[in-house]
Design a protein around this ligand. Structure first.
Ligand SMILES: [Ca+2]
Ligand SMILES: [Ca+2]
Length: 411
């Protein structure tokens, strides 16, 4: 066990049982002041033992102070300047305790500059009854990158259950919860860019509960990212099997501009169109043959309803790209309202397009293709999105018409 893990375990044990436990001086010597992020939970008007990592050279010189507390509360922290302190507060809420010390100056006292101030902070939750839940306030990952979440709980009663759920998600997300939902440690994969709010709930064997929220920021890292979802949301069959779901299969297409680009379909593959038939992992080679950075990648082809699907290019190099949305198969579902979100090298969408209704008829070739927009990469990493319209309306064609007839002019 590492020193940090050992201290975290000690702190967690101390917080959970309310008893002091001695640090083993021989086992671990921190290099600097260290405050664990372990959950520290106490009751109003009762002593709570706190522990921080204090280097031996600083023991006796550490200052413990309550630096943030709920309005109207009274809180004290008592210490002999070492690594342990006793905290007591009179009201429920979150308190911050700062541990600080001046680092000893190097070399002769006369030659050294001002001593460095070291500090770290502990957060204490005081509740009158029931358990206390804690979870990371926020995390940042890339879309589709799994992240492990650890929810924690403390209290004087055994925990009966814990549960993770989706509290909020960007529009177009399928809102799939972390897996598993009933364990403190879980994994979550944000399906699209944006902020996903996850709730962690703890219930003790008295039925008392507490909750906390983790915000997972899913930030795109590609030079171009196009996301597609289609309505009605939350009715995809993997999430809601049975009568309420539909299996509509809408497809995202990205055409490489320049030359004579051609839309592809199931029976007519086109190397200038990135779509389900040719563009999943290891698919198309565009631009520089020596680099995969300018190749497109379709991460997900959702065939059971509502997306999201997305196509990415790390470093776009074509003069422009054209986005299409094709209603491949309805499987008995009716028209679908498609929405596109486009990112260029940043966490904020450059454009949201739609919802635009697409209709399925008899065959994929006879079904609607929404020719939605052109995306022009700009020097410096951004892009310009030019929506495509015909007669003031979204440009809708069947895919066989689109393959035959003159395309909208290049931007
Ligand atoms: Ca699809
Ligand atoms: Ca390439």
């Amino acid at each position: 066990m590492t020193g940090r893990a050992a201290l975290a375990a000690l702190l967690a044990a101390t917080a959970a049982c309310g008893a002091r436990t001695a640090l083993n001086d021989q086992a671990w010597e921190p290099a600097a002041l260290y405050c664990s992020d372990a959950l520290l939970a106490g009751r109003p008007g009762r002593d709570l033992a706190l522990v921080a990592g204090v280097p031996r050279a600083l023991r006796g010189r550490a200052r413990w102070a309550v630096v943030a507390s709920p309005p109207g509360s009274t809180a004290t922290v008592q210490s002999d300047g070492g690594e342990r302190a006793t905290f007591r507060a009179d009201r429920e809420g979150a308190y911050t305790v700062r541990v600080s010390a001046e680092a000893p100056a190097d070399g002769d006292a006369g030659d050294a500059g001002p001593a460095a101030e070291l500090s770290c902070e502990l957060t204490v939750q005081i509740r009158a009854a029931g358990p206390v839940a804690a979870c990371p306030a926020e995390l940042t990952v890339a879309p589709l990158q799994p992240v492990t979440l650890l929810g924690r709980s403390a209290g004087d009663r055994p925990v009966r259950s814990v549960a993770w759920s989706v509290d909020g998600a960007p529009a177009g997300s399928a809102r799939r919860p972390p897996e598993p939902t009933d364990a403190a440690t879980t994994r979550f994969t944000p399906d699209i860019a944006g902020d996903h709010r996850l709730r962690f709930r703890v219930v003790d064997d008295d039925g008392a509960s507490d909750e906390c929220v983790t915000v997972v920021h899913a930030v795109p890292r590609e030079g171009l990212r196009v996301e597609l979802s289609w309505d009605p949301p939350g009715r995809s069959c993997p999430d809601r099997p049975g009568a309420a779901c539909d299996d509509s299969d809408v497809d995202l297409h990205l055409l490489r501009g320049g030359g004579s680009p051609v839309w592809g379909s199931g029976g007519n593959r086109s190397e200038s169109d990135c779509y389900f038939a040719n563009c999943t992992a290891g698919g198309l080679r565009w631009g520089d043959p020596a680099s995969t950075d300018d190749d497109p990648r379709l991460d997900i082809d959702d065939v059971t309803g509502h997306g999201p699907e997305n196509i990415n290019i790390l470093r776009p190099s074509a003069p422009y790209y054209r986005v299409g949305v094709h209603y491949y198969a309805s499987d008995g579902a009716g028209p679908q309202a498609a929405t596109l979100t486009i990112y260029c090298n940043g966490p904020t969408p450059v454009a949201r397009l739609g919802p635009v209704t697409v209709t399925a008829r008899t065959t994929p070739e006879a079904n609607d293709l929404w020719i939605a927009a052109d995306i022009v990469p700009l020097a410096g990493g951004g892009c310009r999105v030019a929506p495509i319209a015909r007669g003031g309306q979204p440009w809708i064609a069947t895919i066989s018409e689109a393959m035959r007839s003159p395309a909208p002019p290049a931007p």
